[in-house]
Design a binder for this molecule. Structure first.
Ligand SMILES: [Zn+2]
Length: 162
């Protein structure tokens, strides 16, 4: 899935990138510019702004209006609409910071870039070829997977209530 997210969706952008979605994000562009970029790149515009949503639709740009209040609700609605798998597989993830596809690397290659305790406890690492940030499934991992399974439950609930 290829998306373009408006400036209000920074957090959601990071989640979607972790899930492997290709999401461009701008927090400093005018509505018209966002619509133009979405049209040119063939990306679906994600927005919380009703006016932007309407404008995009009148210009024939595919757009999706995010209405959820929490990150979990937002993830659930977008997953349901675009059939996004809410299981995290780091081999498919994109860098939450810059959207480049992550590469799996051996521990030896990143030893000088990770804390010593991390190298003791973890064996799988991914690196962003663009910004160089190193990722691993650390102690925050449980929180991430818990949030995703909550979103999954919500998405299932709302699709079965229809
Ligand atoms: Zn990066």
């Amino acid at each position: 899935m290829r998306f373009l997210a408006d400036g209000m969706l920074g957090k959601l952008t990071r989640w979607l990138r972790m899930l492997g979605c290709d999401v461009e994000y701008y927090n400093d562009l005018e509505d018209d510019k966002l619509i133009e970029l979405a049209a040119k790149s063939g990306r679906t515009l994600l927005t919380r702004d009703q006016e932007l949503f309407r404008k995009a639709s009148t210009h024939g740009v595919e757009a999706f209006m995010i209405t959820g209040a929490t990150e979990t609700e937002k993830l659930a609605e977008i997953a349901e609409r675009f059939h996004i798998n809410l299981e995290l597989n780091s081999d498919n993830s994109r860098c939450p910071r810059c959207n480049a596809k992550l590469n799996s690397v051996s521990k030896e290659k990143v030893l000088d870039r990770i804390p010593q305790s991390t190298s003791r406890f973890y064996n799988r690492f991914w690196v962003c070829p663009n910004c160089g940030k190193v990722y691993w499934q650390g102690s925050h991992w449980r929180k991430i997977t818990r949030k995703l399974s909550e979103a999954k439950k919500l998405a299932e609930l709302s699709s079965s209530s229809r």
